[in-house]
Design a binder for this molecule. Sequence first.
Ligand code: PEP
Ligand code: MG
Length: 579
Amino acid sequence: MEIIKGIGVSPGVAICSAVIYDAEKSRIPRRSVAPESAKKEIRRLRVAMAEAVQEVANLQTSQADIWDNKIRDIFAVHLHFLRDRSLRKRIVEIILQQSYTAEYAVSVVLRDIAKHFAQADDAYISERVNDIYDIERRLLRHLIGRKREDIQHLTEPVIIVARDLTPGQTASFNTKFIKALATDQGGRTSHTAIMARSLGIPAVVGLASATGKIAAGDTVIVDGNRGTVVIDPDQNTIDEYKRQAAALIEHELELDELAHLPAETTDGVIIELHGNIEFPGEADIALAKGGDGIGLYRTEFLYLEADHQPTEEEHYQAYLTTIRSFGSQPVTIRTFDLGADKFTQAQRDMREPNPFLGLRSIRYCLQNLDMFKTQIRAILRASAHGNIRMMFPLITNLLELRQAKWVVADVKEDLEEQGIKFNDSMPVGIMIETPAAALCAEHLADEVDFFSIGTNDLIQYTLAVDRINQKVASLYSPAHPAVLQLLRTVVQAAKRAKISVSLCGEMASEKDYLPLLLGLGITTLSLAPPMIPEIKKAIRSMSMEQCRAIARKAMGFDTDKQTISYLRAEMQKILPDEE
Ligand code: PEP
Ligand code: MG
């Protein structure tokens, strides 16, 4: 049994066997088996080699008319290697002599061959290095990995272990069988973490060595609350975690009973709790969890899920589905926030050196006007049927905002000419996600109907800490005095201009920050639907007067560490029975 520590990003506990996702890209852990199991490993190797041969032979047949001679030659070389008895003999010898697993033995032998090829003077041989890696990946996939398509056809519960997962991959997971995620990379506010919370499955990211230590089929416990992963747990540990998992489910059911009660402080102030969603289907969950509307609909998942540019009709239908759950309550549709860690196929092929500082979000939309206009047309058409608000992400200056609003005006004109109905006074707001926007909030406030503070990005840009990089995760702190000052600046600007301000970053679902946010005057929060009941319970246990006093004191500390421990202690007083 071994326990590894990462960052718990989605609560809950799951116990089941592991699947290594995209295993062929991972480093293969050095693992030994008992000497008497060597025969089994050799059998696994034989089967994997035979399957790989069959796979290449099938490809040769099915692609015969398409491949040119060059490609035919490459695959002939692959087949030659896979059928080579001396190669198999070398791998078998290592299994027998060192008691290694078949996958580790394959990796050792093929990487050794690749190393020799790379050093060869003959250009033809040195260029074959990538072929050797290809052969290694193919064999490993047959030995331990599951292909992406296989993940779609699971028949038993599994825990996905991966080096990293893109938000698009995570979005495609079937939660009926995928019970938890454990990744080497990632931070608390990475979009993969956000997806896991929305899907309601436990997740631990930033484990650094999960793919190196866990093998396919290992029993694994993922504890999303503590941020730990237990590999090969003993029976006592399994029993203990099963007890904890049952207690968590019971706690969740108790919290769900608050769904129909208002999020009202003990001195009678109503706080609005909205849901953050990625898919229209989640609107129902947000409603069931007691959400008062949708504060952030991340529409780019329409793109990432489908991997094609959504049509106007696809947008429109998605928005209609979302508003259907909420009647007259607000649904805030954020225009495409593509780029950075949420890239399109085209962006994937042209990765930028600093994607979070690059062509992302509103910048990408303003350079791809046809795509942007298609979405705005659909939002406007849907606005005729519900309480829709439109929101632009990553605004950094007034001109950018004005440009985006001109596009809206343009689309409205077209719709009018075509006699298509829309709500002409649909509120248009922006996300405050950069220090530039926060510091210029006063000017921006004059030209929009509302602000929504995106702390996930605001924190990373203010502190120069990449939100998805686990190596600097400890520096990513919502309580940094610079972040708190920016929050106060934005709230004051909104108040002066008499526009509403909400907060939709992950900070909204971290209970300890709640009194501070309420005390600063942020009375609308938008968060992952599964987190709404817990936050509602906390709100119902505190008074606004108490929050204002806590905020005043919290704003006075010099370091985030002091602020965090103060806020934690205050929350402990408010909810003494909770961890
Ligand atoms: C944010 O940046 O806080 C936000 C809510 O947007 P996203 O997490 O999608 O970048
Ligand atoms: Mg953002």
